[in-house]
Design a protein around this ligand. Structure first.
Ligand code: GTP
Ligand code: MG
Length: 446
């Protein structure tokens, strides 16, 4: 096969790869070499699995799109939840997802199209054409400076990388031993909140749909029960599976004493307003007004009854630590709207002085090295970059980002998983103490 030279710079290639996970790109088609004809594109790109298109114009714009479904000239409308358009704006690539309820593209014999809206190599010419339909919401001035003449169009095959770079030394110290697990269990069991008026620490989990909030409770419950449990409903659906506010106590073994913390599970966040968990609801939860099993209503926030609202909840009823649960595989594709929603939640939580942690779930799905061996977590360069990315996107220090793997399809407990999950829980209890220490001075009830 002839070797093709990519026009993409190394830096931009890396940035685009980061949007897609731990992947490698190989150049299949280059319009300046193979021609702008649809037949030339199909000859090289059909049945190649996921592909990334990168177009260039002489005004210096670099833009394109990704589709996870093969080109096959089937004549069918394709549904592809992972499809997106991108454009480099300043130094960073910005992604635009397909609007919900729309087809991703038409898989015909013509040139590559996204949503029958944005056509590349239009009419077999070095041109891009926007039909103006509504599959994707973007601005052509921002995306390509309204310069429809292409100077190049490249299509890359996207494959999961089998090579994972590792650090020479672990980037965080961690002990994976049974002794460490026992020590953590003992510490958690004997933990007493810093303030005597509080007997149980209340930890609130917030995060996008399907991030693993309910699974984290199930995982912690499993560790203390000594077997896999699935009390909180978990799984995948388009919208949040959890629709009620649940406060879950955890017992120290079957029939054992309750442990000194409660995990509070919420409905998933969605990017649109009026869908998923509402910021006003979060505010009521933080202040301890929302009862267990309250059913969320995305179109109308929680209304506390008047009697209760008139008196502030006691410190015991409030939330003492907030945990943002984020799926590692989705960090780079987090939309601006969702990021803004999380930022406004953070502003609220900050204003109440509540301590915050980020739980980065699904590290196994994100990195093949970690999938094979969880102990590779802290030598995986990929996970390290994801920790840094989530830290900057959410504006929390790197030290507050805790990567974990929840129990998802296992039938038995695993020591490595346990130590990782318990370390996260222990950190939440420490952070709750920091808040209580502070809140106690404010309330003056020492
Ligand atoms: N491989 C893997 N799968 C996970 C992990 N955590 C959660 N999952 C899976 O991800 C899916 C969603 O998990 P849930 O716990 O239901 O997510 P949630 O945040 O409660 O979602 P909603 O209640 O719908 O907002 C389930 O199928 C879990 O089994 C993880 O760490 N690794
Ligand atoms: Mg849930």
């Amino acid at each position: 096969m002839e070797s093709l030279t990519s026009t993409l710079t190394e830096e931009k290639r890396k940035q685009l790869c980061a949007l897609l996970g731990n992947v490698e790109l190989s150049l299949l088609y280059k319009a300046s070499v193979h021609g702008y004809q649809a037949s030339a594109f199909h000859q090289r790109c059909d049945r190649q699995g996921p592909t990334l298109l990168v177009a260039y114009n002489s005004s210096g714009y670099i833009f394109g799109g990704y589709t996870s479904v093969d080109y096959a000239q089937s004549g069918e409308h394709i549904t592809d939840e992972d499809i997106f358009l991108f454009s480099f704006q300043g130094k960073i690539p910005v992604c635009i997802k397909v609007n919900s309820g729309h087809y991703a593209r038409l898989d015909d014999a013509g040139g590559p199209n996204f949503g029958q809206q944005l056509y590349f190599c239009y009419k077999n010419q070095p041109a891009v054409y926007n039909s103006g339909s509504k599959e994707f919401s973007f601005n052509t001035t921002i995306m390509y400076g309204n310069d429809t003449q292409l100077s190049e169009c490249e299509i890359y095959k996207v494959e999961q990388s089998s090579q994972v770079s590792t650090e020479e030394k672990p980037w965080r110290n961690f002990l994976w031993t049974a002794e460490r697990k026992d020590e953590l269990v003992e510490k958690i069991r004997n933990y007493k909140p810093l303030v005597t008026s509080v007997s149980l620490v209340r930890i609130l989990m917030i995060g996008p749909v399907g991030a693993g909030k309910s699974s984290f409770f199930n995982s912690i419950n499993s560790i203390f029960m000594g077997r896999i449990t699935s009390k909180a409903m978990s799984g995948s659906a388009g919208t949040s599976l959890t629709t009620q506010f649940r406060t879950y106590p955890v017992k120290d073994g079957r029939g054992g004493k309750p442990l000194p913390f409660v995990l509070c599970d919420t409905m998933g966040l969605e990017e649109q307003s009026g869908a998923g968990l509402d910021i006003e609801d979060i505010s009521s939860i933080l202040q301890g007004h929302v009862p267990d099993r309250y059913k969320f209503n995305p179109t109308a926030p929680f209304q506390p009854d008047e009697q209760k609202a008139s008196r502030p909840a006691s410190l015991q009823e409030k939330i003492h630590c907030v945990v943002y649960v984020i799926d590692t595989t989705k960090i780079s594709l987090m939309s601006d709207k969702l990021q803004e929603k999380l930022a406004s939640i953070r502003r609220k939580v900050n204003s109440l002085g509540i301590t915050q942690i980020v739980l980065m779930t699904k590290v196994d799905e994100a990195c093949p090295l970690v999938q094979r061996d969880l102990q590779s977590l802290y030598v995986s360069s990929y996970i390290k970059t994801k920790v840094q990315e989530v830290s900057s996107r959410l504006g929390v220090p790197v030290s507050c980002v805790l990567p974990v793997k929840n129990y998802s399809q296992e039938l038995e407990l695993d020591l490595n998983c346990d130590v990782l999950l318990l370390t996260a829980l222990q950190q939440m209890l420490n952070f709750a103490d920091d808040y209580l220490d502070d809140a106690d001075h404010v309330e003056g009830n020492i």
